[in-house]
Design a protein around this ligand. Structure first.
Ligand SMILES: NC(=O)c1ccc[n+]([C@@H]2O[C@H](COP(=O)([O-])OP(=O)(O)OC[C@H]3O[C@@H](n4cnc5c(N)ncnc54)[C@H](O)[C@@H]3O)[C@@H](O)[C@H]2O)c1
Length: 485
């Protein structure tokens, strides 16, 4: 069994650490956040991830999992042959990756690395970063260090399963011996190991996330077209997804993607491309469509309520998706913020997100776990995160306390008939026949439609210009800067 260290015990690193320990390896988790390490030592996962508490407790009890809140000082060494890095690589204001945490981790760990240690990078980093890491390690006191890129593809909410049973494992290095040794760690994972050069491995991660984001934006664009043409995007996605060349996953229309990975990774890839003179127009479009999706909610609310200024709206969900309390780049919070800027009174309800974790940029959002209290006298509910609690809403009770019973289903997950039977007006995304707020085509003019004689098609109002100007958008600024190149 191997000796492993994991630097950065956040959403990704803690899963990696506990999962390797569950496979019998000796693992040391290192993080500079003392409170996080304290919680880990007590067997309480500092993040909300199904199954993580159990793995943590088992690891601690076995004695194979330990935690440090600082790097060992030379001549002490990090007790590991494989040192995984999983520190955050957020977006900087320019759209590029912020590599401060990574550089700091490298310079601190270098003097404490064993001579036989291999640094394995799991943080998502711009292509070329692992080459830089080798140089930085060698300058910082680890003259023999080698680096293997091992991008991580886990999804929050199903992270342990994703890590232990991955679709594939990607390993890239310019040092074949190190690559073989890291491949050995994954021998019992039962997954194909893709071995390549280090830059290709780094790029596989970005290309994969960009492709998945593109798939979601694609179906969302289809949803907008479905609304004006009278088709149902759920049926379209179903029919498309049965084609194995396309695949059914990531084809659910809604208010768009968010989270700690897609936004920063698509943005970083577009930025890297632009630095080298490549106009990544598809990536730009993928992000634009995603921003437009948030505004669909406002359009649908205005379609029923008229002005938003006097409306009370309850946004269901704060986390960026169900089964995680992670609110980074959450579509739900962005919709809530747009509504607030549009003049509405907004309450955000999330069963698992504590108000304190809603980031500082949304100090004006009122977050609670009490659905019925929030719904009192509300004019509309917006389902933004498909937590099971929200798919199974107490519809009659809600209709009884709301001022106006209206639901905008931003994830297309509610049973529209049950919602309407409880007295609600129902709006959703891209499904006009589900009373979705789109336009049902005039049947008696179907022939004209087919031969193109109808010219007065009602069109979907696209992004609200006023909102576009009022919402400071990093990506918007970046796109504008690129457009003026
Ligand atoms: N979250 C995911 O689902 C996921 C999936 C795949 C890949 N990734 C990638 O993994 C990386 C980590 O993401 P995350 O979501 O786990 O981030 P996170 O913010 O949840 O965790 C990062 C951790 O690193 C710690 N840290 C920062 N600087 C440090 C240092 N110098 N030394 C030791 N620890 C330090 C922080 O305290 C924090 O606990 C990112 O590059 C991300 O893109 C994340």
């Amino acid at each position: 069994m191997a000796e492993i260290a994991v630097i950065g015990c956040g959403q990704a690193g803690l899963v990696v650490a506990t999962a390797f320990a569950s496979k019998g390896h000796h693992v040391t988790g290192i993080d500079l956040d003392r409170r996080k390490i304290e919680a880990c030592r007590m067997g309480v996962a500092p993040i909300d991830e199904p199954g993580l508490d159990e793995l943590l407790t088992q690891g601690l009890a076995s004695g194979r999992l330990t935690f440090l809140d600082q790097y060992p000082e030379y001549p002490e060494r990090i007790p590991a042959e494989f040192v995984f890095i999983a520190v955050g690589t957020p977006t900087s204001p320019s759209g590029a990756s912020d590599l401060h945490a990574l550089k700091s981790a490298i310079t601190r760990m270098a003097p404490a690395l064993r001579d036989d240690a291999i640094v394995v990078n799991k943080s998502t980093v711009p292509v070329g970063t692992c080459d830089e890491m080798v140089r930085l390690l060698r300058r910082s006191g680890a003259p023999k260090a080698t680096v293997v890129s091992n991008p991580e593809f886990l999804q929050e909410g199903d992270a342990i399963h994703n890590f232990i049973e991955p679709d594939r494992i990607v390993l890239g290095s310019n040092d074949p011996d190190s690559l073989e040794r890291v491949a050995g760690l994954y021998e019992d994972f039962g997954a194909t190991v893709v071995q390549c050069d280090v830059r290709t491995a780094e790029m596989i991660k970005y290309a994969s996330n960009a492709f998945l984001a593109m798939k979601v934006s694609f179906i969302n664009e289809m949803a907008s077209i479905c609304e004006v043409l009278g088709a149902d995007v759920s049926g379209v996605a179903h029919g498309m997804g049965m084609d194995r060349r396309i695949g059914a996953q990531f084809l659910r229309a809604g208010i768009g993607w968010g989270g700690s990975c897609f936004p920063k990774d698509v943005s970083a890839l577009e930025y890297a491309a632009s630095l080298h003179g490549v106009r990544a127009q598809l990536l730009r479009g993928v992000q634009e469509t995603n921003r437009d999706q948030r505004r669909q909610v406002l359009r649908k609310l205005r379609g029923v309520l008229g002005r938003l200024e006097t409306a009370r709206v309850v946004v269901l969900g704060a986390s960026f998706k169900p089964n995680t309390s992670d609110v980074r780049e959450s579509p739900a919070l962005e919709v809530a913020s747009l509504l607030r800027l549009g003049g509405a009174e907004v309450r955000v309800v999330d069963p698992h997100v504590v108000p304190e974790s809603v980031p500082a940029q949304f100090p004006y959002l009122d977050v609670t776990g009490d659905l019925m209290a929030a719904a009192q006298d509300a004019d509309a509910l917006v389902l933004a995160t498909e937590w099971p609690e929200f798919i199974d809403l107490p519809l009659e009770d809600l209709a009884g306390v709301m001022r106006r019973p209206l639901i905008v289903d931003g994830r297309n997950v509610l049973d529209d008939r049950a919602v309407r039977a409880a007295g609600f007006i129902y709006r959703c995304i891209g499904r006009p026949n589900a009373e979705g707020g789109g336009v049902t085509l005039p049947e008696d003019r179907a022939d004209e439609r087919l031969d193109g004689r109808i010219t007065d098609w009602p069109t979907v109002e696209r992004a609200e210009r006023a909102d576009r100007e009022r919402i400071p958008s990093r990506n918007g600024r970046q796109a504008a800067a690129l457009a003026s190149d």
